[in-house]
Design a protein around this ligand. Structure first.
Ligand code: M6R
Length: 610
């Protein structure tokens, strides 16, 4: 989603702002722009497409000044063109904005009625126009006009503004979307996250929900939603070391796929005592013992991780689970249990729908748990109990290592719930702990399938539609595999419960629709393999992923088009190792298709709008 950078420095800022924006590229965007103040006057440059286009514009028409704001825009209201790109400006003010102004239509109408002319189709433009109106018609100071405008804006947003004639003033506000302030020597910075500020400083102060700030070269004042001046803690960020090189890989996604053995191990080590062969949760955990029901919610890949965990919570802890995508859950009229907990899963911890679903569950008295990769995120802060995934920064838009680390955390939570509720005894706990501790080694083994997957990808790239089938824990994984493929290769793909095939999707089968069958050698193996044979009987070509023994057994009914031997693993934990070939298949297919793997079209890394 949109990214914001702002700097007040002693020297020219347009170059450093561009560097900061480059570090926000991973979030996804389709246009960009920078505004500065030079010799007291506001100036701006904007461009459509990648930041190279803005860089070229700046080479042709340099932008001077020691104060400025920059933006990468992911279009919501209005097409990605120069007029709709940020910063939006009037003669007195330039503004960058991340999020959505929900009452923009009403504000726009009332400003038009006062004679204001708008040039873009965006919701954002009401912000500079409103502030400009308060400055000019109501004779307010920049701070008063900014405060006045904030009171009229509804929605979730982060904004930053600079003012004509004011070379030592940036005003910013956070409501819903994160903003980080950075302190340098005689310089001040602001950005959508600490990564954007990593080239300049590691001394970071996060604004809290509802905060707004006055930033000057030598300091800042922060105010809360009631306009009371407040102190916010400074922290030392390690974002600089975590980013931004690809470690010799061609793409962040490749690096992140290959990091999985290590980061899964790192995540498990936070929850497992390998000597005692026990699972150990942080002090502030959920009261699993007395729960009537657990509600799980998330979006996209994180939702599929939650769906796999539902099987674990039900089987190991005999705990009823309600699960829904966050964009639905937030509006459902659910009968919430008296003794209920709700678990929200998010890599970024900033996903707007997941955050709204969390607040809905909290309002209904649920204990709130969060499985989060960014510990300082909003969702992490609003949860009663936070369960980190130690995946490290995930930059590729397609989630890979965050997914398997979410599985690692969720498996430990489900196991702890099973122990707390008396359904897992010490022996079974020890067995499952041992099996979990094997996952990093098996993940590494799964990665060695890459050369074979690369070959298969050349053929898969010719398809226009692909189906993924699985049963049990492999059903959500089939949907995740399909999501990975469609996100980065733009090939249409769907994941189905294998048993559902006959109820409709089988009509799609012909020799041009590859079917990827995820069939771990578990109690549902034979059923899934019969579904594969139904596909083959209709001329469909199948790629079977199973254990060596499973593939041998399946071949008795006819050999599939391709097979991949996946390492043997405890049945319940198969998603860990089956996820990796599914990710590699999507990655190599995208390479063949020549798409933008790390920043696929139309997608954003952190979806901070509804
Ligand atoms: O940051 P979150 O985990 O909350 O993000 C949720 C989804 O937006 C995310 O998983 C998305 O589906 C990815 N692009 C999947 O690869």
């Amino acid at each position: 989603m949109c990214g914001i950078v702002g700097i007040i420095a002693k020297a020219e800022v347009s170059g450093p702002i561009l560097d900061g924006l480059k570090r926000l590229e991973y979030r996804g965007y389709d246009s960009s722009g920078i505004a500065t103040i030079h010799a007291g006057r506001l100036e701006r440059r904007r461009a459509v497409g990648k930041l190279q286009a803005l860089e070229q514009t700046l080479r042709e028409r340099p932008l001077h000044g020691a104060i400025g704001i920059g933006h990468t825009r992911w279009a919501t209201h209005g097409a990605p063109n120069v007029t709709n790109a940020h910063p939006h400006a009037t003669e007195t003010i330039a503004v960058v904005h991340n999020g959505i102004i929900e009452n923009f239509a009403e504000l726009r109408e009332s400003l038009i009625a006062k004679g204001v002319a708008f040039e873009s189709e965006t919701d954002t433009e009401v912000i500079p126009q409103l502030i400009n109106h308060l400055l000019v018609s109501h004779n307010m100071s920049p701070v008063e006009a900014f405060q006045g405008a904030l009171k009229k804006l509804q929605g979730a947003f982060a904004i930053a503004a600079i003012f004509d004639g004011e070379e030592d003033l940036i005003l910013c506000a956070r409501r819903g979307s994160p903003l980080a302030l950075g302190r340098g020597e005689g310089e001040r910075f602001l950005g959508s996250d600490a990564y954007a500020l990593a080239p300049f400083t590691n001394r970071i102060t996060y604004l809290k929900e509802g905060d707004w700030a006055i930033i000057r070269q030598d300091g800042w004042q922060i105010f809360d939603a009631t306009d009371t001046e407040v102190e916010r803690r400074e922290q030392l960020s390690d974002a600089a070391s975590a980013l931004i090189d690809k470690g010799g890989y061609r793409h962040f996604m490749a690096k992140e796929i290959h990091e999985q053995p290590e980061v899964i191990g790192h995540t498990l080590s936070a929850y497992i005592d390998p000597v005692a062969r026990k699972v150990t949760l942080p002090d502030r955990a959920l009261d699993f013992k007395n729960l009537e029901r657990l509600t799980i919610s998330a979006c996209g890949t994180a939702f599929y991780a939650g769906q796999i965990a539902k099987y674990w919570f039900e089987e190991w802890a005999r705990l009823p689970v309600e699960i829904d995508i966050a964009s639905e859950l937030r509006y459902r009229v659910l009968p919430w249990p008296k003794q209920g907990a709700a678990l929200f899963i998010s890599q970024s911890g900033e996903t707007a729908d997941t955050l709204a679903a969390l607040r809905e569950a909290k309002a209904h008295g649920q204990q709130i748990g969060a499985v989060i990769n960014v510990p300082e995120s909003t969702i992490a802060r609003e949860a009663d109990a936070c369960f980190p995934t130690n995946a490290g920064p995930e930059i590729g838009v397609a989630s890979t290592k965050a997914f398997t680390c979410q599985l690692a955390t969720l498996a430990c939570l489900a196991l702890a719930a099973g122990v707390a509720r008396g359904h897992i005894d010490a022996k079974r706990e020890g067995e499952l702990v041992d099996a979990l501790l094997e996952v990093p080694r098996l993940a590494l083994e799964a990665i060695t399938l890459e050369p074979q997957i690369e070959q298969i990808a050349h053929e898969l790239a010719q398809a226009s539609d692909v189906l993924y089938l699985g049963r049990g824990v492999s059903f959500p994984l089939a949907m995740e595999g399909a999501l990975k493929l469609k996100e980065i290769s733009y090939i249409h793909a769907e994941g189905y419960g294998a048993g559902e095939l006959k109820h409709g999707p089988i009509a799609l089968i012909d020799e041009k629709v590859p079917v990827i069958v995820l069939a771990p050698d578990d109690r549902l193996f034979e059923k899934t393999v019969s579904n594969m044979q139904e596909v083959m009987a209709r001329g469909g070509c199948c790629l079977l992923m199973s254990s060596a023994a499973g593939i041998e057994r399946a071949k008795r009914g006819g050999a599939p088009w391709q097979s991949l031997v996946i390492p043997d693993i405890d049945q319940a934990l198969s998603p860990f190792v089956y996820a990796i070939p599914a990710q590699l298949l999507a990655y190599h297919t995208a390479l063949v298709k020549g798409t933008d793997v790390d920043q696929p079209r139309n997608l954003a890394k952190s979806v901070t709008v509804e």
